[in-house]
Write a protein that binds this ligand. Structure first.
Ligand code: BGC
Length: 511
């Protein structure tokens, strides 16, 4: 080999080595990035841990906060609001009633016909429902705009149902109004809005009587209808649950927002001394979305989500549990992963826009059972504008959805057991447990659950049911039944309108 040949050979060898070094370097960097992406997931999973010991701490904290909220006004982050509902419908209600259910992204209007046969707990002869989306601009507009819109949709529905267009000529109709926000009730049919949640922000409404606003809007358009009951969605759900099964003691909503209510002994409501109720009980609206405890597994993503929300330091439990926020937590974790990896393309994609990943999309990714995770790829491409995400990354994304949902469902389960503990139905021997020492006898206890997350997201439901069993243990859990209802919040409001417009019902008095 001549000098030139030798020089070329050396040059080729050097170039080959350089290329190889670049490739190895790239591979090492890629591996390092991948390790960092995996580390983001592992760290997140660890901080979301909800082992049963921690859940039991949440159970105890919930029961303690319930006591505190009942003891004094402002005594806890749990408002424990009086509802003035002391008797739940028993089947004797008869006639045609309407309901208006407002509280999430949709509202519903219903007509319910009641047979009045108390021996037959399925005496709801028929109910018609119409669902309508609330135009997003009305959620932050004025109370007049919102209520005018709702009243006219209600009127349209009633005209169709009654087959009559001169509604002022029809005899006055009775309405149950489900308004799913924190309300300080003055009676069963009136109450003042304390604050908005779930993205609603109509400032002029806070502090005003909700029923009066609706009543004015209905009168303006000649709708001859009276608000006979103003109820929270959890209270409506409890009314239907109890109507169908007398062993029902509590109702839980897990949809856009989350909440629970239950039947409490009037004498346990210490902040309201001298509460005269016919039954000796009252339904208490817990507003558990605002529950807080240091035992909740909070991550840096939750902290950031809260800080950037319109209501920071508020509705802490809701932000970890409900449908409005789960997709957003997942988006934040994926965004963090994308900052560590080049598998997601430029970070400027839609992934950096808050609330682009809605919970139904997250549920669809979580439920994708195809081996190549086709639905995950489609959602990433169509909804988040991130094409060509490799399969191994898609698998991590499904795992993120799983961690977020599992934590939410297990915390909701702990909340439910917290209520059971407060009323002595968790087997730990509370004051009204019905447990006779030595005999280990437990009363059948039903909790009704409603809301899109529980109804439509099967993994969420499975995790919740499983956690309730895990916390209560094999001996007690067979006595606790979680039942799912649909449209209970609206039908229950109509039932309460029927029960409370009857002349035979005494109203609750505050001495
Ligand atoms: C509201 C509750 C409501 C729950 C479920 C929460 O944001 O504060 O009043 O019951 O959502 O709709």
């Amino acid at each position: 080999m001549g000098k030139v040949g030798f020089g070329v050979a050396v040059g080729v060898a050097v170039a080959t080595c350089a290329v190889a070094a670049v490739m190895v370097g790239r591979r090492v960097r890629r591996r390092r990035r991948w390790t960092r992406v995996v580390a983001v997931l592992e760290e997140f999973e660890e901080s979301c841990a909800t082992h049963v010991g921690r859940l039991r701490q949440v159970v105890d904290a919930m029961a303690v906060e319930m006591h505190a909220g009942l003891a004094s006004e402002g005594g806890s982050k749990l408002k424990m609001l009086l509802t003035f509902v002391d008797t739940l419908p028993n089947g004797s209600e008869k006639g045609t009633y309407y309901a208006l259910d407002l509280g999430g992204t949709n509202f519903r209007v219903l007509q319910v016909q009641l047979g009045g046969d108390s021996s037959d707990r399925s005496a709801i002869l028929r109910h018609d429902v119409v669902r309508q989306a609330i135009p997003p601009h009305l959620m932050t507009s004025t109370s007049e705009d919102l209520f005018d819109f709702i009243a006219s949709s209600l009127k349209e529905f009633v005209e169709k149902e009654e087959g009559f267009s001169e509604l002022s000529a029809v005899k006055r109709m009775e309405l149950g109004f489900t308004f799913s926000f924190p309300v300080k009730q003055m009676s069963v049919l009136s109450g003042i809005l304390i604050k908005w949640t779930k993205g609603f922000a109509i400032e002029d409404m806070v502090g005003r009587d909700v029923s009066e606003c609706l009543q004015q809007a209905m009168s303006k358009i000649g709708l001859n209808m009276r608000v006979a009951a103003l109820v929270n969605d959890s209270v409506g759900t409890l009314a239907l649950g109890h109507y169908q099964d007398e062993d029902t003691v509590a109702a839980v909503i897990i949809g856009t927002g989350t909440n629970a209510c239950y039947l409490e002994r009037a004498d346990a409501i210490i902040k309201c001394q001298g509460l005269l109720t016919t039954s000796g009980c009252m339904v208490v609206n817990m507003e558990w979305g605002n529950f807080w405890s240091s035992h909740l597994p909070r991550t840096s993503y939750d902290v950031d989500l809260d800080a950037n929300s319109p209501n920071p330091n508020d509705q802490g439990f809701e932000k970890m549990v409900s449908g409005m926020y789960l997709g957003e937590i997942v988006r934040r974790v994926i965004l963090r992963m994308s900052e560590e990896s080049d598998s997601f393309g430029p970070v400027a994609s839609r992934l950096s826009e808050p609330f682009t990943l809605r919970t139904p999309l997250m549920a669809a990714m979580h439920g994708d059972e195809s081996p190549e995770l086709r639905e995950v790829a489609r959602i990433l491409k169509d909804d988040l504008e991130i094409p060509d995400v490799p399969l191994k990354v898609r698998k991590l994304i499904v795992k993120v959805c799983d961690v977020v949902t599992r934590r939410a469902a297990r915390l909701a389960a702990a909340g439910i057991v917290g209520i059971l503990k407060k009323i002595g139905r968790d087997g730990s021997g509370g004051i009204t447990s019905g447990r006779t020492k030595g005999q280990q006898k437990f009363r059948r206890t039903v909790v009704v659950v409603e809301g899109g997350l529980y109804t439509n997201y099967s993994m969420f439901r499975e995790y919740l049911d499983e956690a309730v069993t895990e916390i209560l243990g094999d001996e007690i859990s067979p006595h606790v039944i979680l039942k799912h209802t649909e449209d209970g919040s609206g039908i229950g409001a109509a039932l309460l309108a029927a029960a409370y417009s009857s002349p035979n019902v005494d109203t609750v008095q505050l001495l």
